[in-house]
Design a binder for this molecule. Structure first.
Ligand code: DGL
Length: 285
């Protein structure tokens, strides 16, 4: 595929945001609030979520398909609003475009580095994200002396999708996951998964008061603004930007799940089949 380079003519083009499913809407929401004039296309791979338990090869293939599809729209920047895809396939996206690519890991890491006082940081995420060691690697690029402790929390995504964020069972599971991190005296906890901001209230009841939670969705939106500003790609229009949401399936409870992430009902949704997306596979450039 031909690489597209940034140009000031691109300001009116949408920002392309994607996630394995609907969790990335937590990131979309922050971007929409910070950059109200921007046009946005969001793609949630709802037919193939979760990515967090899939093989690296599969995650990279799905990410490549989605990236190629969004570049073809076209878009002026890409936001990988999925920690699993950011951890395992950032290089795949970068090789496909010269456009700004914002992932969810680096902004969260920079925020944790800013906040930690005792240099003891915990990271929670999907199994794929934690096994990739993307977070400790990125943290140690900036500060090799920092202690990073990571725990996969595979039960959190289904609990959030089920709407059990206030359920006692979720609190018990969260205690099981977080207690080892608490006993290691972390002072900062990175939520390394786009579903986890929904669990912030329950996590806060478990964590000691001196532990600060880093919700990457907020800092990612600022990173998007900085990246667009730096390249003069901010949309100058004063009217509200448009939204278009693509999903690869309308799963059961779609409205309930998307509303939980967004705070309101999703509109302007179009289905794109995984057969169509597969045509954008690396094997079929
Ligand atoms: N969006 C994924 C992430 O942020 C969580 C869901 C999944 O496993 O695909 O890691």
């Amino acid at each position: 595929m031909k690489k597209i380079s940034p140009s000031t003519d691109f300001t009116y083009l949408p920002i392309g945001i994607f996630d394995s499913g609907l969790g990335g809407l937590t990131v979309y929401r922050q971007i929409r609030t910070l950059l109200p004039s921007e046009n946005i296309i969001y793609l949630g791979d709802t037919a193939r979520v979760p990515y967090g338990s899939k093989s690296t090869a599969t995650i990279r293939d799905f990410t490549s398909q989605i990236t190629r599809f969004l570049l073809n729209q076209p878009v002026k920047a890409l936001v990988i609003a999925c920690n699993t895809a950011s951890s395992l396939a950032l290089d795949v996206v970068m090789t496909l475009t010269h456009l700004p690519v914002i992932n969810v890991i680096e902004p969260g890491v920079l925020e944790a580095l800013r906040l930690t006082q005792r240099k003891r940081v915990g990271v929670i995420g999907t199994r794929a994200t934690i096994e990739s060691e993307a977070y400790p690697k990125k943290i140690h690029e900036y500060d090799p002396s920092l202690q990073v402790y990571s725990v996969p929390c595979p039960l959190f995504v289904p609990l959030v999708e089920e709407g059990w964020e206030h359920h006692l069972v979720t609190k018990m599971i969260a205690e099981e996951y977080l207690n080892p991190l608490i006993s290691l005296a972390i002072d900062t906890l990175i939520l390394g998964c786009t579903h986890y901001p929904i669990l912030k209230p329950v996590l806060q009841t478990i964590l000691p008061l001196n532990v600060t939670i880093v919700d990457s969705s907020q800092v990612v939106a600022q990173a998007v603004r900085h990246a667009l500003e730096a390249l003069n790609l901010l949309n100058p229009q004063t009217i509200p930007g448009t939204d278009l949401f693509y999903v690869t399936d309308f799963p059961r409870k779609f409205t309930a799940i998307s509303s939980r992430f967004l705070g309101y009902e999703l509109k302007n949704i179009q289905k794109i089949s995984i057969e169509t997306l597969s045509q954008y596979s690396q094997q079929n450039p």
